[in-house]
Ligand binder design. Structure first.
Ligand code: GZL
Length: 327
């Protein structure tokens, strides 16, 4: 009898301890492990743009520098692949899961599975529309509405005092993604007080250079007049430049171009006068991700929202900034 009670007590103790340290399925917040014992699963969107390449490199370099094991997956911009990757991280019992949701919707089920497995989730770069904010510890990334507003404000400033009609074509990011939705909203809000500035066509180029070129070629054929291109990222803007030049027009002069990101190729085109204005969107989220995981591992709380710092660039500012850009 005494032996049975002893075994029962021992079993309870093991279960309690494992529950404290997040259970068999995962480390859970406050595991107080040494960083070199942690395993983090990261489900990346894909490799669709210069921004994404820089983001991936920064994350991988940051984990290496912090000596934290990183399981990394590339979803080729497919949500089902990201969900599969997250499920595999849950199966593996990683300590944390971080990912950049390719689109805003459709995450509650898998995030509830991570929660049930006591594995904290960190959103980086893009947001989800889940109402239940207990499904993730924080959303670390840019304010895309503010980015769209900065683009629109610059355009309004360029045409201040003029009532001439200004025809804008918009190259949207991935349909349903937070940056595409919010950069469109912020831009529309910024120009709405100027009825002469109109978005005459708007279509997704899926954040890729090829997509931007293809959509721009079609718009050049279908639109009688295009004064401005507002591209949700540099890569689509660079694709639009190829289409504009192929149509015998001068990008940056015949057609003004505004983009978002500030990657090297975009900044180079800006410095060379082919793009007129870039709103920065920083891909360097690795350090803040490591800081967040370190805090959670120490049992500290983190803010539900961590907004990344970023600025804007004119052509002259690009010439100055280019030599020191990390990406
Ligand atoms: C924004 C990021 C976007 C970039 C694009 O934070 O999600 O995705 O602006 C990238 O270049 O493809």
């Amino acid at each position: 009898m005494r032996k049975t009670i002893g075994l029962f007590a021992a079993a309870t103790l093991v279960l309690t301890l494992s529950a404290c340290s997040g259970g068999a399925a995962g480390g859970g917040g406050g595991a107080h492990k040494s960083l070199d014992q942690l395993v983090v699963g990261f489900a990346q969107v894909g490799a669709e743009s210069g921004w994404r390449t820089a983001n991936t490199k920064d994350i991988q370099d940051s984990f290496k520098a912090a000596n934290i094991k990183l399981q990394f997956s590339d979803a080729q911009q497919k949500q089902e692949n990201q969900i599969k990757a997250i499920r595999s991280y849950i199966q593996q019992g990683v300590d944390y899961i971080a990912f950049s949701p390719v689109v805003q919707t459709g995450w509650d089920a898998v995030l509830n599975e991570a929660k049930a497995a006591n594995i904290p989730v960190i959103l980086t770069d893009r947001a989800v529309d889940s109402k239940d904010t207990s499904l993730y510890k924080t959303f670390l990334g840019s304010d895309f509405i503010a980015e769209g507003k900065k683009a629109g404000d610059w355009l309004v400033e360029q045409y201040k005092g003029s009532s001439d009609p200004v025809s804008v074509v918009q190259l949207e990011g991935t349909t349903g993604s937070a940056p595409a939705i919010d950069r469109g909203t912020g831009f529309a809000d910024a120009i709405k007080a100027n009825p002469n500035i109109k978005v005459v066509a708007s279509q997704t180029g899926d954040f890729t250079r090829a997509g931007g070129k293809q959509v721009m070629e079609a718009m050049l054929k279908s639109q009688p007049k295009i004064d401005v291109v507002y591209a949700h990222n540099d890569d689509m803007g660079l694709g639009a430049i190829e289409a504009i030049e192929a149509a015998g027009k001068v990008p940056g002069k015949d057609i003004k171009i505004i983009t978002v990101d500030g990657v090297k190729d975009g900044m180079t085109a800006l410095a060379n006068g082919k793009i007129n204005f870039i709103v920065e969107c920083s891909p360097l989220l690795g350090k803040q991700l490591i800081d967040t995981i370190t805090k959670l591992n120490n049992g500290e709380t983190v803010p539900q929202r961590i907004v990344t710092e970023e600025t804007t660039f004119t052509q002259d500012q690009a010439k100055e900034a280019l030599p020191n850009r990390k990406y």
